[in-house]
Structure formats: structure tokens, C-alpha cells
Design a protein around this ligand. Structure first.
Ligand code: HEM
Length: 489
């Protein structure tokens, strides 16, 4: 008898596209919304479901993009994608029991970040600066206490995204007397132009290291071990919570509205060039500043990891997917020579620092702390005036979005326990503290290890990334939307 085929891990028609495959985009509009008429919203939602792009839809779109490129056709393939997610407040407003989405922390009994809401989490756990009244110092739109959901519309151009936006507004009767939804804020994000495409606003290539998901990814390049499917998608092996049926095949979306002070970041780099590389070779001020930036991030602007190419950029390494994530800080528990302990990528994915500790110490797996990062840049390129003055005059940054099934272990943990913690990584025994993550760390900001020949030297720095809003959402499955969240018209 033939062995029956292994059932596929995922029903790709049931999972929203951004979670596993990332909506293809040149531009993306984030519509943060409030529900103004719950009964009508649930009926209207029914009409939105056909517009939602699932993972299989994204895979088809990616195939179309590949074919287009192979044929060397001009322009971009016209395409759009819609995803929707809800906050705890949103589910409450709709009268939907979301108990299985918000278990308390089994170790500490802490309230789930999804239930807490990010506005409270921001000042309780994430370290965001507070206003006098105890609110985080955020954009007013995120402080009203009326955020119920998020609609993401991605596409090849503003024209195509705006056309879909009009359709969605019509479905919910936005700006009519029978509206069931009100926009709290909508933010347009754009991939940066030309050679900067794929690079965040400080200039570093982003989106290189995301977890490989067992049961989904077919190409497995050398790098961190694949994660169990349930680390990213609810209801699968690796999800630590038993979910209601409707709550499987979804994922939690941690959204952060992060402003980047790019001119100030550049001034900091130019004022603090590293004098010599780790081999004692003197650097020009420009090369010293470039190295400083690379050591803060853990990668060169090209994307090449400094753990592999510590003192010189290597664009060929950056472009090679079989090598650009193949590093582990192996055997470097007490060394910052190649990569500072607090470098952004070492803080947010410590790899062997925790998984292969010194003999006698129990390894700490990081699988449960992996997150699937999406998101997009917003705001204009630097103006000549900003370059000349070194002072930000126009808001720009990252619509940071990441998916995971456990917010305690995912986004919240990365920010609170790793990025904001000057003592992390735990097994090094050097006299110097690692310091805070120089990009996202909040608190008294300084780090060691920037000068490879003087690892103990602490360098203080201002905050270059300012959180101005955010929320935790849950992106349900198509089945969950159809059976539980929407009602038939
Ligand atoms: C404006 C804000 C941010 C900027 C400019 C930024 C920039 C970057 C860059 C340039 C990389 C390296 C490219 C890559 O490995 O894909 C990276 C990696 C990463 N970032 Fe961020 N990031 C930001 C916010 C955050 C936040 C808020 C978190 C989570 C709390 C985070 C978590 C990560 C993780 C997990 C990685 C991959 C690490 C690895 O697997 O090696 N980032 N980021």
C-alpha cells in the first residue's frame, strides 16, 4: 500500500497573505479604524472578505512578478492586496469572545499584551516616554482609546491602492450617515526610491532575516534553524495556547509607528568615527563613520553581516542569500571584536549567544522569540536643508509590523527584555555592560563594543527612533472572518 501523502501543514487559502509571505508592495496604506456600528460592521465585513489577499493569492502574485521580470517587460505588474486585523477592544465592541487570544503569562500571571493594549503596554513594559498624564508621548490619534482594527492595503502604485481604498470605504459606508467604520488615522508608507528600495531610512537593507517556517518555506538557506509553524500561525505545532476554532490560522500583529531622526543619526555617525578597524588599520573619517553605523546595526548598509565581514563591506556577500544570514556569533560570548553585544541584530536575535552557551550552562532556545517582520517606510527622503542642518524637519520612519503567536515572547520580549536591557546578553563575563540596542533601545542610551580595539568604551547616544503610536492586533483566518466575525447580509 502506498504511503498516504503528508497533509499540507497549512491551508494557504485560509491564512491572510501578509503573515507567511508578505504582501508584495511598492506602497502600503495602513488604515487604523474604529467601529461605529457593530451590527452593521459585521454585515459589511462580509463584503470585504472577497477582497482579502490570502497566502495563496500572494504566491500567485509573486509568480506573476517573477514571470514579468523574466520576460523583461517594462513597468510593474498591477496588483493590490488587502488584509484586516482587530484589537481586543475591536472584538469586545463586536461582541466576540476572544478569551483564547489572551492567555495570561503562565510564568508571571501578567496580563496578555493583546488584552492590555499597546497604549498601556508602552508605558508599563516597552519603555516609551510618558506624558505628564501617564499616556505615552504619542500622536493624539493613538491615544483616544478607540482603535478597533487595522486594514492594510498594499499595491504597486498609489493609484491602484487608492482605488481599492475607495471600494473599501464604499463597503463600510465611510463618510455617509450609515457608516459602520470611522478612520482614526491612515498612514501611507512607501518603499524608498531607486537604489534605496528595500533599505530603511537610515540606509540599511532591511527584511533579510525572517524566520524560515517549517511546513511552508521550500527554500531553506543556511542560517538560524527553521521555526515550528505555530510560532507564527495560531493553532499549529509550536503555538503554546489552545485556541477556539475560529482563532486558528491567524497571527498577532504588533504594529508600531516609529519615527526615525535620520539627519541626527547621520550627524552622530560623522561625529564619532571609529579610528582604527579591529586589525589596527587606521580608517578615514568617512570609513570610520560607516563602520560605526554597521556596528550599531550588526550589518553594513548593503546588508552584509559584520559577524562574517567585520571591518569591510562586502556587497557580494550581502546579495548572496546562501551566505547573508549564515552567522551565529559562534564562540563570541565574550567577544565584541566582530559584533557588539548590543548591535541591533545581535540583541533581537542572539543566535548562539543563547543557544550554544559556555559548557555547563543550559542552552536557551530562541525559537519562541522569533518574529515575522513586515512593515514599510513612510515619509519623504531627506531634503537638502535637512542634510545641511542635521536636523529633522519632516516626519519619516518605519511602519513596523511583525507577526507572531505569542506577544509575551515575541515583540514585547524583544523590546523589553533584550533591547531595553543594558545587561543583556547574559552569559558574557566581560567587565563592560553591553548597553541598550542603539536603534530601538529605550532608557539611558549607551552601548559598549563600538570600537573594536576598545571594547569596554561606552558611547552615549540620543534616541534616534521615536515611537509615536501603535497597537496589537489579531489577523484572523478567512474561516474565522466568515464564521464568527462577519455575519451574513
Ligand atoms: C525604525 C525602527 C527599526 C529599524 C530602522 C530597524 C532596522 C533593522 C535592520 C537594518 C535590520 C537588519 C536587516 C535584517 O536582518 O533583516 C533589522 C533586523 C531586525 N530587527 Fe529591526 N529595525 C527597527 C525596529 C525593530 C523593532 C521595533 C524590532 C522588534 C522589537 C526589530 C527587530 C528586528 C529583528 C528580529 C531583526 C532580525 C535579526 C536577525 O534575525 O538577525 N526591529 N532591523
Amino acid at each position: 500500500m502506498a504511503t498516504p501523502p503528508t497533509p499540507p501543514e497549512f491551508n494557504l487559502d485560509n491564512i491572510q497573505g501578509d503573515i507567511l509571505s508578505g504582501l508584495p508592495k511598492k506602497t502600503e496604506t495602513y488604515i487604523v479604524f474604529s467601529i461605529t456600528n457593530a451590527t452593521k460592521f459585521r454585515k459589511d465585513l462580509h463584503n470585504l472578505i472577497p477582497l482579502i489577499k490570502t497566502v495563496s493569492g500572494v504566491l500567485k502574485d509573486r509568480q506573476a512578478i517573477d514571470d514579468h521580470k523574466k520576460k523583461k517587460l517594462p513597468g510593474l505588474v498591477p496588483m493590490t492586496g488587502v488584509n484586516i486585523s482587530f484589537s481586543h477592544l475591536g472584538f469586545t465592541t463586536l461582541g466576540i469572545d476572544d478569551t483564547t487570544l489572551r492567555p495570561v503569562n503562565p510564568k508571571t500571571g501578567a496580563v496578555n499584551p493583546f488584552e492590555l493594549g499597546q497604549k498601556v503596554d508602552a508605558v508599563t513594559n516597552l519603555g516609551d516616554t510618558q506624558k505628564l498624564n501617564g499616556d505615552p508621548d504619542w500622536d493624539e490619534a493613538f491615544l483616544q482609546g478607540n482603535i478597533h482594527g487595522l486594514i492594510i492595503i498594499s499595491g504597486d502604485s498609489h493609484l491602484s491602492v487608492n482605488a481599492v481604498r475607495l471600494k473599501i470605504e464604499a463597503i463600510f459606508g465611510v463618510r455617509t450617515p450609515t457608516a459602520s467604520l470611522k478612520e482614526v488615522i491612515s498612514i501611507v508608507g512607501d518603499v524608498r526610491p531607486g537604489a534605496e528600495a528595500g533599505h530603511e531610512h537610515f540606509g540599511f537593507l532591511d527584511g533579510i532575516s525572517n524566520p524560515v517556517v517549517t511546513g511552508f518555506d521550500t527554500v531553506i538557506n543556511p542560517g538560524p534553524k527553521p521555526v515550528n509553524p505555530g510560532v507564527i500561525v495560531t493553532g499549529h505545532n509550536g503555538d503554546t495556547t489552545t485556541r477556539a476554532d475560529w482563532a486558528t490560522d491567524g497571527s498577532f500583529l504588533a504594529f508600531r509607528y516609529l519615527f526615525q531622526e535620520v539627519p541626527e543619526f547621520n550627524v552622530f555617525l560623522s561625529k564619532n568615527p571609529i579610528p582604527k578597524d579591529g586589525n589596527g588599520v587606521a580608517l578615514t573619517p568617512a570609513d570610520g563613520s560607516e563602520l560605526l553605523g554597521a556596528r550599531m546595526v550588526g550589518r553594513w548598509k548593503s546588508g552584509a553581516p559584520i559577524d562574517v565581514s567585520p571591518f569591510k563591506d562586502d556587497p557580494a556577500l550581502a546579495a548572496d542569500a546562501t551566505r547573508n544570514n549564515d552567522f551565529f556569533f559562534a564562540g563570541e560570548i565574550n567577544s565584541q571584536l566582530k559584533c557588539p553585544f548590543a548591535a541591533h541584530v545581535r540583541k533581537t536575535n542572539p543566535r548562539d549567544d543563547l543557544e550554544v552557551p559556555p559548557t555547563g550552562i543550559t542552552p536557551i532556545p530562541v525559537e519562541g522569540n522569533r518574529i515575522m517582520r513586515r512593515g514599510v517606510q513612510f515619509g519623504p527622503e531627506l531634503t537638502p536643508q535637512e542634510k545641511a542642518t542635521g536636523v529633522t524637519a519632516h516626519g519619516r520612519g518605519l511602519l513596523f509590523a511583525c507577526y507572531q503567536t505569542n506577544l509575551f515572547n515575541g515583540f514585547q520580549f524583544l523590546q523589553q527584555t533584550w533591547a531595553n536591557n543594558a545587561d543583556f546578553q547574559p552569559f558574557e563575563t566581560q567587565p563592560e555592560k553591553p548597553g541598550l540596542d542603539p536603534l530601538i533601545g529605550q532608557g539611558v542610551r549607551s552601548m559598549s563594543g563600538l570600537d573594536p580595539l576598545n571594547e569596554q568604551k561606552l558611547l552615549s547616544m540620543p534616541q534616534f527612533i521615536i515611537p509615536r503610536g501603535g497597537e496589537y492586533f489579531f489577523a484572523p483566518s478567512i474561516n474565522g472572518l466568515k464564521t464568527t466575525i462577519a455575519t451574513a447580509t
